[in-house]
Design a protein around this ligand. Structure first.
Ligand code: 89V
Length: 338
């Protein structure tokens, strides 16, 4: 499986390292408009093909998939380019900045019969999979209430400066993950209500968002996100989750302990992610999930099984992101069912 990368910034290093964990995968070419960045990434990983133009790369290389790791406003053009070349394509989240563009990307790939995947990795984190297994086991009965918490004071803008410039920040960047986890854990949403704030005066977008979601199942889910939180115990980049069900509860705490409580008591499972030598320690749980997300996409590419985070599936998450912005803007509850 030959993969080409477009976009050689901060995240690409981990994405390439993640691909290299999977047998039978070779990153054969990298591309960035900034030639020095492309050369550096290629030298780090011994990649032969180095390009500054994605079209030239797609014309020249025989590849099985294009992995798009650029900023969100460039995803659509590159996905359409891959579709034009008949090359399966993976894009980072968010698929694009607006819902209509995301729909066009999914439609264009469907028309061209080209598989489109979104590299949505949070649902692939070891602790999130472990929590889902507890829910699926029925041990806590029927879940009726969930809380998904991603609040931190971590200076994300140091590594990813473009995040300070975007008009829609935390719901688009982090909500893509938290809303996707809500869908993964609790099924599809029926309606939501969201409030946002901007606390950090040096950024353009909102850095706090609180969203209450009614799921189709009847479960109510509260999703809290913040990059303005000054906390005694900052869990970045861990997502803390609690779920209450008719027969018990499950809580994912900082440090990856999963506490499962029923009327007979509490037991603790440790859901620690694998530690990869190449992972940045500040992002270890997220970087480990790159491997699992890529493995699942690979099974889709090889027709071995369905991939979870297809473009069509991720459209449902994107709908939630934009419903949350609409709710924050209008003060209204936004219906999502149907
Ligand atoms: O995956 C991401 O979107 C990163 C984060 C720091 C949240 O992991 O920005």
């Amino acid at each position: 499986m030959n993969i080409a990368i477009v976009g050689c910034g901060f995240w690409a290093t981990y994405q390439v390292a993640g691909w290299r964990e999977l047998p039978g995968v070779t990153v054969v070419a990298v591309c960035d408009a900034d030639a020095a960045k492309a050369r550096t990434l290629a030298e780090t990983f011994g990649v032969a093909g180095v390009y500054t133009d994605a079209r030239v790369m797609l014309d020249a290389e025989r590849i099985d998939a294009l992995d798009v790791i650029t900023s969100p406003n460039t995803h659509a053009g590159l996905v359409l380019l891959a579709a034009e070349h008949g090359v399966p394509v993976i894009t980072q989240k968010p698929m694009a900045n607006d819902l209509e563009t995301c729909r066009q990307m999914v439609d264009a790939c469907e028309r061209a019969d080209v598989p489109l995947f979104v590299h949505e990795n949070f649902r692939w984190q070891t602790p999130i999979r472990a929590l889902k297994a507890v829910l699926d086991s029925g041990e806590i009965g029927t879940p009726f209430k969930g809380r998904i918490y991603f609040c931190s004071g971590f200076p994300v803008f140091d590594n990813q400066p473009f995040l300070a410039e975007i008009e829609q920040f935390i719901i688009s960047d982090v909500g893509s993950h938290t809303f996707d986890m809500a869908r993964f854990l609790f099924g599809e949403p029926a309606r939501l209500f969201c409030r946002t704030q901007r606390i950090n005066p040096r950024i353009r977008g909102e850095d706090v968002a609180n969203t209450l979601i009614d799921m189709v199942s009847g479960l109510t889910c509260y999703v809290e996100m913040s990059y303005a939180s000054v906390l005694e115990s900052d869990a970045f980049p861990e997502t803390l989750i609690s779920v209450e069900g008719s027969a018990g509860s499950v809580e994912l705490r900082k440090g990856f302990d999963l506490r499962i409580t029923t009327r007979s008591g509490t037991r603790v499972e440790y859901a620690r992610p694998p530690l990869y030598a190449w992972a940045n320690p500040d992002y270890a749980v997220v970087h480990a999930s790159i491997v699992d997300c890529n493995r699942n996409i690979l099974s889709g590419l090889r027709h071995e099984g369905p991939a979870e985070t297809t473009g069509a599936d991720n459209l449902q998450t994107v709908r939630m992101v934009h419903a949350a912005y609409e709710s924050a803007r209008t003060g209204e509850v936004i219906l999502l069912k149907g």
